[in-house]
Design a binder for this molecule. Structure first.
Ligand SMILES: [Zn+2]
Length: 315
């Protein structure tokens, strides 16, 4: 791929003055999970890091940025918080259990705040996101040496196919949820909040937004919002599941009519957005360390500057 080649080539000339070279005043890394274990529901869809790799990322980011809490981030956006350095807000998506078991102990030791954007539909292991089901099937297929090319392409709308395959290959999602408890429980969510970390909304059940009509995009978002409000979590923000690519201006206009909403988050890397309070985050699970990811993001941003392609214009 040409894009990949350009980024790899340019990043080789990038120095490590990240705080100086980073093109925005804020850095928003996004992770899904951290684990030393083989997690069959994630292994084939997310390149999650182990504890050592995650800690190395944090140490790299700590050198160049000042970590902030979500409240400080909001104050910074409002102009009420003047940081000494460029700031970084650590975020996680999907509400996996290891956030409590693995991530928080590391963050407490290092004194770093993070927030997790969760789907209420999966809290307490009531259900499994369709991509995780696909990952479980893929894991089973590998065990029995069954080749399959279309599995990872299945969509939310293919739920029936996914369930049929599970039946056929004797993969029991219910059992998996009960035994492995991949998601955080409501009790853990309250404990996380009480420890001073943030919980906010990732929509109700993780659909791909640009596949949905506007009314369903809004419904999914407001269902998540109501849950956050009822349970005392951060209802003023929302992070798009998968991507905000193709989400139109009218969605944001309608959302922000509700004055409870302060901001939304995408994960398109280092970019600005025509919706001023839609902030793009940097995906950290690319298979590379933070140092390399930052180098690539910085050099690619500089390259695209000449093409005016660092700004997302919504119609
Ligand atoms: Zn997600």
């Amino acid at each position: 791929m040409l894009k990949k080649l350009i980024i790899t080539t340019l990043s080789q000339f990038e120095n490590e003055n990240f705080s100086g070279n980073f093109p925005l005043d804020y850095c928003l890394p996004v992770y899904h999970n951290v684990s030393n274990e083989h997690l069959p529901h994630l292994k084939h869809i997310i390149n999650y890091k182990n504890e050592k790799e995650f800690e190395a990322d944090l140490d790299c980011l700590s050198k160049h940025f000042q970590w902030v809490t979500f409240d400080e981030f909001k104050d910074y956006v409002k102009g009420n918080f003047k940081p000494k350095k460029k700031i970084a807000l650590l975020t996680f998506d999907d509400g996996y259990r290891e956030f409590y078991d693995v991530v928080i102990p590391i963050l407490k030791r290092k004194g770093i705040y993070a927030m997790n954007f969760i789907n209420p539909a999966f809290t307490d292991n009531k259900d499994l996101m369709f991509r995780c089901k696909v990952s479980l099937l893929k894991d089973k297929f590998q065990q029995i040496h069954y080749e399959d090319k279309f599995l990872l392409k299945l969509k939310y709308q293919d739920t029936k196919t996914i369930n049929d395959l599970a039946m056929q290959f004797e993969v029991d999602f219910e059992d998996y949820l009960k035994e492995k408890r991949p998601y955080l429980s409501s009790d853990e969510l309250y404990q996380i909040r009480n420890k001073g970390f943030g919980i906010s909304s990732h929509g109700w059940n993780h659909p791909l937004y640009h596949d949905l009509p506007l009314s369903e995009q809004l419904e999914n978002t407001f269902q998540g919002y109501s849950y956050m409000k009822e349970n005392g979590f951060h209802y003023e923000s929302f992070a798009f599941p998968f991507t905000d690519f193709g989400v139109e201006k009218v969605f944001f206009d309608t959302l922000f009519k509700n004055e409870d909403f302060f901001c939304t988050f995408g994960s398109a890397g280092v970019k600005t957005d025509s919706v001023a309070h839609n902030f793009q985050r940097i995906p950290m699970e690319t298979g590379e360390n933070a140092r390399m990811i930052l180098k690539k993001e910085i050099s690619y941003f500089r390259f695209k500057k000449h093409l005016n392609k660092n700004h997302i214009q919504r119609k």
